[in-house]
Design a protein around this ligand. Structure first.
Ligand SMILES: [Ca+2]
Ligand SMILES: [Ca+2]
Ligand SMILES: [Ca+2]
Ligand SMILES: [Ca+2]
Length: 446
């Protein structure tokens, strides 16, 4: 390999090519340390290649933190700054569950659906507040959906495939689905059957390959995990799934790469549990069977709260980060496609009672990093070192970024492609080799 190729590769691949996550660097300057938050959500809403973090304030135990906070990392200063404006602040008296992020008004910009959590937090006014984004993180409260119950988590997704995003929310008593009509102030509610118990985490995804998204919801107490299949557009069928005494964070995605979506959740008493699905047996089918994929995951105890998954080592399988509200730490498990292994064991120490953890690319180098929040000790973030190159969080549609941002037109590595510029022959040849390498790396991660 020539010097030129080696040099260009160093420019393009500042992180290790072997996929190993070799370390982390804590970068928490500018983040609150004496505060309490529920979850960490991640999005690059201004399209500058740097993911922001969004946090709902928790209001159960001191220090209670009212409002919603957003931060973006400044790579040149090595510190976080508050991002945007218009979100409720510390004097709002409002406390939130897990925020939903996504485009709700169809302008291509990320909006926020914020569930008011009143059962365990301070506050008595129930609702899901919709903050629309005028661009650059200028938010305003546009509408509140009257959900009538304490709300825990919101997911934003196009449940029925009509190209308009919809809102799913877990409540103290069940799950409600609000289908988008094209207006942020008008929603059509068609929900699964009401339950008798408090719903905590929810996840959405197509479990049987018919293009209609399905829902799983975790119980704060009793009665197991709920599974609702959307049997026809706006119509719900409740199916048997798995029994756990108490569970919190849950996700639907393909863990083993067989093309069928799977389910993984964090529990209070039985660790983290993963089940591989069979796609319901046929397109739109409900003959589900589930196979454990728990090897390497903690199998007992827990108090696992938010869990999130993204491919941080570029092997094509989504890896897990989870916040455990006992022990003061968050944990990362790499996914081989069939089993799990913890990395950075005991190193991601946030203190307090950790409730939130997520991956995001905070310094724009294409390598996913991570952030966490707790009740008591605020927010921490770490730049991950090593790993593969995967700048896209699997949860986030890549086409929801603003269209009017110049940076949006350029992929992260857009300025590294040498083809457009007349260059000496050896650089052109290097570029061709490099392009092949990029293509092969890019394919490896999906
Ligand atoms: Ca950004
Ligand atoms: Ca829709
Ligand atoms: Ca489906
Ligand atoms: Ca699968």
């Amino acid at each position: 390999m020539s010097m030129a190729v080696t040099f260009v590769l160093m420019m393009v691949l500042p992180v290790g090519m072997d996929g190993a996550v070799t370390g982390k660097m804590k970068v928490s300057d500018g983040l609150p340390s004496d505060a309490s938050f529920t979850t960490v959500e991640v999005w690059d809403s201004d399209g500058d290649g740097l993911d922001e973090i969004y946090l709902g304030g928790a209001g159960r135990s001191s220090p209670k933190t009212a409002g919603i906070r957003a931060y973006e990392y400044d790579t040149s200063q090595g510190e976080w700054n508050e991002f945007g404006s218009g979100l409720p602040g510390s004097s709002s008296g409002k406390y939130y569950g897990a925020l939903g992020l996504g485009d709700l008004d169809g302008d291509g910009k990320m909006d926020i659906a914020a569930p008011l959590h009143t059962k365990w937090y301070e506050g008595s006014t129930n609702g899901v507040e919709i903050y629309t984004n005028m661009g650059g993180g200028v938010f305003s409260l546009y509408h509140t959906i009257n959900v009538g119950h304490s709300a825990a988590e919101v997911e934003i997704a196009d449940m029925d495939g009509d190209d308009t995003n919809d809102i799913v929310v877990s409540l103290n008593g069940g799950v409600r689905v609000y289908y988008g009509t094209g207006s942020v102030s008008s929603w059509a509610e068609y929900s699964p059957e009401w339950e008798s118990h408090e719903m905590d985490g929810i996840a959405v995804g197509d479990l049987n390959g018919d293009g209609l998204l399905d829902i799983v919801g975790t119980p704060y107490t009793g009665d197991g995990i709920s599974l609702y299949v959307q049997s026809a557009s706006w119509t719900w069928e409740s199916l048997e799934f798995k029994d756990v005494d108490q569970a919190f964070g849950i996700k639907v995605l393909d863990l083993d790469g067989d093309g069928n979506n799977d389910v993984i959740c964090g529990t209070r008493g039985s660790g983290i549990r993963a089940w591989k699905g069979n796609g319901g047996g046929s397109s739109g089918g409900t003959s589900f069977s589930w196979t454990d994929m728990n090897g390497g995951l903690p199998s007992d105890n827990g108090d696992w709260q938010q869990i999130e998954l993204a491919d941080i080592d570029g092997n094509g399988h989504p890896d897990l980060i989870g916040a455990r509200n006992s022990g003061g730490k968050v944990h990362i498990y790499l996914n081989s496609g069939s089993s799990w292994s913890e990395v950075l064991d005991d190193e991601l120490d946030i203190g307090g009672n950790p409730y939130g953890a997520n991956f995001g690319d905070f310094n724009g180098d294409g390598q996913l990093d991570c952030a966490a929040c707790s009740w008591g000790t605020g927010v921490d973030a770490w730049l991950l070192i090593g790993g593969g190159v995967d700048p896209v969080d699997d949860d986030e549609p890549v086409d929801d970024e603003p269209d009017d941002t110049p940076a949006d037109d350029e992929p992260v590595d857009g300025d590294r492609e040498p083809e457009d510029t007349p260059l000496p022959l050896y650089v052109t040849i290097s570029g061709a080799i490099l392009s092949l390498l990029i293509v092969s790396i890019g394919r490896r991660k999906r």
